[in-house]
Structure formats: C-alpha cells, structure tokens
Design a protein around this ligand. Sequence first.
Ligand SMILES: Cc1ncc(COP(=O)(O)O)c(C=O)c1O
Length: 362
Amino acid sequence: MKKIFNFSAGPAVLPKPVLERAQQEMLDWHGSGMSVMEMSHRGKEFTYILEKTEADFRQLLNIPANYKVLFLQGGAIGENAIIPMNLLNGKSADYVVTGAWSKRSVEDAKAYGHIHVAASAENSGFTHVPAFSQWKLNPDAAYVHYCTNETINGVEFIDVPDTHGVPIVADMSSHILSRPIDVSQYGVIYGGAQKNIGPAGLCLVIVREDLLAQASPLTPAVFHWKTQAEHQSMINTPPTYSIYIAGLVFEWLLAQGGVAAIEQANIAKASLLYDYLDQTDFYENKIEKAYRSRMNIPFSLRDEALNDAFLKAAEEAGLLQLKGHRSVGGMRASMYNAMPIEGVQALVTMMQSFAEKHTKSL
Ligand SMILES: Cc1ncc(COP(=O)(O)O)c(C=O)c1O
C-alpha cells in the first residue's frame, strides 16, 4: 500500500490501529456473527457499544454528571439551526465571529430569532480573536456562541471569556479532544465527528441539563435535545457505524494517555510547522501568534504562481489534500490527533526542498 500522509481538513485521517481493528471486526463483531452495520440499534450488542463509547468520551473530557452527551445527525451546520431552536426561547443570542464557520452560524441562526454579533474579526481578515473586553455582550442573552477553532481560517481560542453567567455555546468541531478543556465552563459544546472523532454522519453534543427545558415546541423530535436525552439519542436510528468507529477512536486516545498526552504531541507537531514558517520568506502564515490553530494551519506561498507546482510536488512526496479552502486560497495543513509527527516532518522537509529549488531558479 502506498505510504501517504493525509492533511485533509475533514473528513480526515483516522488512527491506523482504529482502521485495522474495524477491518478485523468488519464481518463478525465480538463473535456475534454480525457486522456492526447490521445490528439493531436497540439490541444488546449495540447498546454495549453506545454505552462504552459514551463512557470513554466522558472520561476523556472529564464531563461532569450534570451534562448529557447526545449522538445526533445533521452535522455542525445542522446545529446552527438546532441551537437557537433549543435555546432561544424568545430571547436574543450573542454571536462572536472569528472566521468562516462562526460567520455561517450567524447566518443560519438568524431565521430563528434575534441574533446579535457581539464582536467580529472580519475587518482584519480573521487573523485573531477580538479581545474579550471588546465583546459587546448582552447580559440578558439566551447564550453566547462562538467557534473555538476556525477550521478554514486557522484561528483557535485558548482562553474562555467570562460571560457573567450567560451560557457559552461552542462549536469545537475541529479541535475537540485535541487538548484538555473544562466542560463546566460551557453550556453546550458540539462538534461534527469527521475530524478528531470518527467518520462523518455523527455530531456530538454535550449539553448542561438545566438548558434542556427551553426548546421551541416547533423543534423536530430528532433535534430536540431534551427528547433525545430522554431516549439515549435513539428517538430515531442513530448513525450506528459512525458511533462504533468513534468508540474505537476514543479507546485509541485513552491508550495514548488521553487528551493531556495528545496535546503534547499536537504542540510538538504544530511547533514544527510554525517554526519553519516563521523562519522562511518563501511561505507565510498570517494569523497572530497567540491565536494560531494547532489543528489547521493555513499558509501561502509568497509567489502564488507556484501553487500548482507546490501541490504537485507535495502529492509526489505522498503529502495529500494540502490545497487551502477555496475562500482563503493557498495551502492548509490539517494536523488532527491521528496525524503522526512523521507526517509533519515529511511536510517540512518537502517545503524546504521546494523553497530551495524555486529560490535558486528565481
Ligand atoms: C468548525 C466547523 N464548524 C462547522 C462545520 C460544518 O460541519 P458539517 O459539515 O459536519 O455540518 C465544520 C466543517 O468542516 C467546521 O470545521
């Protein structure tokens, strides 16, 4: 099999041992004679898988007992509508815009009530998180929404603002499980699975119990958090195979030493690439240092005319899916938990030799 490193922003690289285990268990899960794909979601086998997956997820993030974990569908974009349906309850909500995904959240939520943009970094080209002191928060808002890691722009939150008791709703799709977090600082945390959790089709929602009582009666049952919490996320058929793979990823992560250990690996990987970007004139990352994402690193070549040649050289070196998002251009290296440091070393080596070759020929 061809040796490659996959820098896709999502769906993204999964840990190899997880894929191998899924392969071994594909036709016969634990002697049941069935593939997980063929099991009833209400049978004892899948019930075991779901309960173990939730328990491991709770352990990894140290989720307090007064939070529910929901296994939903509709992705993070679905949550853009599901959140106001479940939380607005006639009030307004504050949104902070730090990149393409939080901007999209505002647009999607507007149909459901009054959405107020409390701060935005759009005018500066999404290169930082606006200082918390500049956020114009409404003390009566139903919630404050922001995206803790902007996958497209490469901006990551480190700290959590003081919202004076207004619940924080955080889109953590692209860095969940990459570093320890204090769940109790949030009202709701959500994320599509297809980056650090598993295959697409699953969206995990962590919601504080006291926030379950305020959904609009128009909320569909599959998106009604309280209803789903009361039915172990099974008011409909959940995405069983995606949940199973997520469970294997959680087991793998626990075996790595959990999120504290993976954070150290993520720091080492991100530093390798940022250190190189900072000492070369050939490439550039425009994000302010304090807000640079460890997971998604956009960079551009000073000479954009070399973009195609760069992608071709990368592909020849087995470094795949490095093309930047169409709205930003340039390149983007997504380096989720499952990306080994060897992948980042190979990327930096390739970038160095490409720069050397093309500097000489200038
Ligand atoms: C931060 C963030 N939010 C939302 C989304 C949208 O997720 P989905 O396509 O699963 O709805 C993405 C997808 O890449 C994302 O990275």
